[in-house]
Design a binder for this molecule. Structure first.
Ligand code: URP
Ligand code: ZN
Ligand code: ZN
Length: 462
């Protein structure tokens, strides 16, 4: 049996903060106490450091086949980058190919991840083609594959988008078997119309990406999926919410006591749409959907975190190198949508959130780890530091500064949207299931160390 003792750290969970020693035996936390009279194979002195639960990023796309290319991080490189930044668990999307089965998508994602990921991983299943055969697959996906969350895209017409009937029928099916629907909410028809109009007018630069996806597209779709979920009595999680108008739809739903789970992503809190209006092709770096919004939306999102309207801050990590982005040099609609983010989510949320007094330490843990674990059925195994939980722990030094750069990051992508940003606070050690996976910048785990996490049906009383 291996053991690890972390001495004198400040344990921070979603609810507590206290100084303690943490004893890990094998993969789980064995004891927590003010001063533990124990010996271990290794002792880490965490004086002046926070001990946070390992980060959970509930929205990533490793090796996603998309818009004629593949997201550039593999499960190995992407989860390793995540570990460098304190993310120990991801939930990636196994995406059905239209005309094919859910089973085929799940097998394909296992093929990409199993034996390669170094961080722990679970899957959502994206339903892009809901028909009788898909319907029959749902119970097996939930009960045998351990996937309780089903993604629908209301945008990407002709590729991933489903219509309202498919979405509503999927919801009704999920209610029967213990699933939750997770939705990309943008009005795909409105977007499609605007894209075609701009392209026909010869307006092809990256800035037309944001102009073809105004906030009303997102607000309308958010309101629509909220209503559909209400009618179907289906639990709902809206991914990557970006704007005040969409948040207003969530707020309105609370009046009828409807719980809408909302995710935003770190880039929507920190970057704004002025980046699309830079010289040349620079704006392509942040071509993602929905697009970046205005500073007032950032403010609304920070406030929504504190109002408990936003529950999780993910990344939608979907990196493409500049050579791939160049596919849209003559037409913004062909720029692969997505941006890197997994490595710096936690450090940015600490630096820009906690250190700048926008959110508390407990809220930081809640939105980067705990609530995602609860919603997606991983709690209390993941998402907290407690006796019996997996020993996924970040030893975080709040005094250490560093500068983000593509020259030094570990994601397999040749740019960073945060190039040159000074960040306050750094993950010194990342511990995954009791093993020090990253030790002062040095990776210590082999390819395949990550483990697949099968999850139980959705529990509304989480
Ligand atoms: O632009 C984005 N977000 N790319 C990844 C696919 C998605 O919509 O989540
Ligand atoms: Zn999306
Ligand atoms: Zn996504």
């Amino acid at each position: 049996m291996s053991s690890l003792l972390i001495r004198n750290g400040t344990v921070v969970t979603a609810t507590d903060r206290y100084r303690a020693d943490v004893l890990i035996r094998d993969e789980t936390v064995a004891a927590i106490g003010a001063t533990l009279n124990e010996r271990a194979d290794r002792t880490i002195d965490a004086s002046d450091c926070y001990l946070f639960p390992g980060g959970i990023d509930a929205h990533t796309h490793m090796e996603l086949p998309f818009m004629g290319t593949f997201a550039s991080d593999t499960f190995h490189s992407g989860t390793l980058a995540g570990l460098h930044g304190g993310t120990t668990t991801i939930v990636d999307f196994a995406i059905q190919t239209q005309g094919d089965s859910l089973e085929a998508a799940i097998q394909e994602w296992h093929r990409k991840a199993d034996g390669h990921a170094v961080g722990d991983y679970a899957f959502h299943c994206a339903v892009t083609d809901f028909n009788e055969r898909t319907r029959q697959e749902i119970p097996r996906v939930i009960h045998e594959h351990g996937i309780n969350s089903f993604k629908t895209f209301m945008a990407y017409k002709g590729a991933l988008m489903v219509d309202d009937r498919q979405m509503f029928e999927l919801m009704k099916e999920l209610v029967k078997h213990g699933g939750i629907i997770t939705t990309h909410a943008e009005n795909g028809d409105m977007v499609d119309h605007l894209v075609q109009k701009f392209v026909a007018e010869g307006k092809t630069e990256p800035r037309y990406h944001v102009l073809s996806r105004p906030p009303i597209c997102e607000a309308e779709a958010s309101g629509r999926v909220i209503d559909l979920a209400w009618q179907a009595d289906c639990p709902l999680y809206i991914v990557h919410m970006t704007c005040e108008e969409a948040l207003a739809r969530v707020k309105a739903a609370t009046a009828r006591n409807q719980k809408v789970h909302v995710e935003t992503c770190v880039q929507y809190l920190l970057l704004d749409d002025s980046l699309y209006f830079q010289e040349g092709f620079e704006g392509a770096k942040v071509v993602m959907s929905p697009p970046l919004r205005k500073p007032r939306d950032q403010q609304a999102l920070w406030a929504a975190i504190n109002q408990n309207l936003v529950h999780h801050v993910a990344t939608d990590h979907c990196p493409f190198c500049m050579e791939q982005k160049q596919m849209g040099i003559d037409n913004f609609a062909k720029i692969p949508n997505g941006a890197p983010g997994i490595e710096h989510r936690l450090e940015l949320m600490y630096s820009e959130g906690v250190d700048k007094d926008r959110i508390s330490l407990n809220k930081f843990v809640e939105v980067t780890s705990t609530t995602a674990a609860k919603i997606f059925g991983l709690f209390p195994r993941k998402g907290t530091i407690a006796v019996g939980s997996d020993a996924d722990i970040i030893v975080f030094d709040p005094a250490r500064k560093h500068t983000i750069s593509a020259d030094t990051h570990h994601m397999r992508v040749d740019y960073s949207a945060y190039e040159g940003w000074e960040v306050q606070g750094k993950c010194r050690q990342t511990i995954l299931r009791g093993t020090v996976a990253i030790d002062d910048g040095e990776p210590c785990v082999d390819e395949g160390f990550g483990r697949y996490l099968a999850r139980p049906p959705f529990n509304p009383r989480y």
